[in-house]
Structures are given as structure tokens and as C-alpha cells.
Design a protein around this ligand. Structure first.
Ligand SMILES: [Zn+2]
Length: 152
């Protein structure tokens, strides 16, 4: 496998940078802590970690449906604001997309609701809220919140 096919994806703007750079060539963000990824590291490279750090789920399949009666149910079954099938996660190469499947409760990325019917790309460090967002600085007990992180 050629090293030309590996890159660092900027967490700020999504730019694919050469693996050797320490600063994004598009927006100059710091890339020193960003891992080098490539097509061969596509699945299993990222985890969703609950903000309370009690639970994590490795994104190791091309499509993952998440909800109280789907994947991650061992954590989500105690969260009444989360739907039975709440969100679809797609792993496309090294890129992660999410789609809201809940008709009643929304899915949020960094406190903004994702548009229905269109996959939204998420980046390392983004916070995903299932069934709730942050209101007056507080997270809602009935909702679930995760951060996208690279696998250690
Ligand atoms: Zn950038």
C-alpha cells in the first residue's frame, strides 16, 4: 500500500492533508494529534464515546443503526428520549456520516439539529446528541450524548 493513499483529515475543515504535515494546509489548524488514516484503516478507526465516559462503541461496519432497540441498546435502553431506531451511521472510507431516523426526537451535532433525510458528515471531536441538545449549559437526562473519537 502506497503512503500516498494515507492522509490526515483536518478536524476543523475536513481537508485531506499529507500524512507528514502538522498544520492544515487549508485552515492552518493544529494536526499534531490527528492520526494518519487511509482506505485500509476505514472501519474500526473511530468510536462513539459517551460524554460520561461510561460507554464506547467502535464503528466497525459500513452501516450501523443505533437506538434503544438497535445497536448500542445496552447503553441507550435507559434513555427515554432515544427512539428505538434513532440514527444511522455510515462509514465511507475514513469518513463518518450520520442520518436522523427518529420522527419524534431529533439528532444533534454540536447542538444543531441535523436535517432530516440527508446524511451529515461528523468529524473527530464532534458531539452527537440523541433526543436532546444542551439547554442552558445542561444536557438532558433522558437523552444520550456521544463524542466521535479516534480509536486509541
Ligand atoms: Zn483545516
Amino acid at each position: 500500500m502506497s503512503t500516498l493513499e494515507k492522509y490526515k483529515i483536518c478536524p476543523s475543515c475536513g481537508e485531506k492533508n499529507p500524512p507528514t504535515v502538522f498544520e492544515c494546509r487549508n485552515c492552518e489548524a493544529d494536526l499534531t494529534r490527528v492520526r494518519v488514516v487511509g482506505p485500509e484503516t476505514e472501519r474500526g478507526a473511530y468510536t462513539l464515546v459517551s460524554v460520561d465516559r461510561d460507554y464506547s462503541y467502535t464503528l466497525d461496519a459500513p452501516e450501523i443503526v443505533v437506538g434503544r432497540e438497535a445497536e448500542m441498546k445496552e447503553y441507550l435502553s435507559a434513555k427515554p428520549f432515544v427512539s428505538r431506531q434513532h440514527m444511522k451511521v455510515s462509514v465511507v472510507g475514513p469518513e463518518i456520516y450520520i442520518e436522523n431516523l427518529s420522527a419524534t426526537n431529533k439528532t444533534f451535532v454540536n447542538n444543531t439539529a441535523v436535517a432530516d433525510g440527508s446524511p451529515t458528515r461528523i468529524l473527530e471531536g464532534d458531539e452527537i446528541g440523541l433526543g436532546g441538545k444542551i439547554v442552558d449549559g445542561a444536557r438532558q437526562a433522558g437523552a444520550a450524548y456521544f463524542v466521535l473519537e479516534a480509536c486509541p
